[in-house]
Design a binder for this molecule. Sequence first.
Ligand SMILES: [Zn+2]
Length: 206
Amino acid sequence: MKQVIVTAKNGIQIFSAIYLFMHIDTDGWLDTAHFISSPNYDDRPSGVNINLLVIHNISLPPDDFASNGVIDLFTNQINPQAHPYYQTLVGLEVSSHFFIRRMGTVLQFVSCNKRAWHAGISCWQGKARCNDFSIGIELEGSDTVAFTDSQYAQLIALTQCICQRYPIQDIAGHCHIAPGRKTDPGPYFEWPRYLSVLKNNNKESQ
Ligand SMILES: [Zn+2]
């Protein structure tokens, strides 16, 4: 991430903006991400098109944004003694490609080319097993609190980056691909804010 400040000849700062430069390489890795290896992934079915982006929220313990519980979960290192809620997670093998923390830090656990285990039992437009053909982005948060400006900025930049590398056709919430079973990213996720910026950017680039 770089901050670019444009200054007029008289020295007055006339424009300041943060531009997010990100790139996903052919192996599926985001150059600006902090990489943490998860064992919870495998190969996608051969010939599959990666055409769905799934947005989630997660925090562990629930609503605690200071701990590394999510990292522990995605790396199979949850300590059931650390919190009562963790006892419900024992033996769970899950992951996501990306995790965006409250301050906007982006962590990557699985290459986008591989199948992360974030969707579970799911269906999108008649196609089951969404993990096969989707990329999962977890936002650190919950169904009861707003997400941060930094998270939206990083999510939008990451989405644009993913769309440049993969033939994404749809963006859905976990709640949309597993209705009745999942509620994330929840009522505080501002879909119009997210999608309108993407649409505007697409218009500008056309
Ligand atoms: Zn989810």
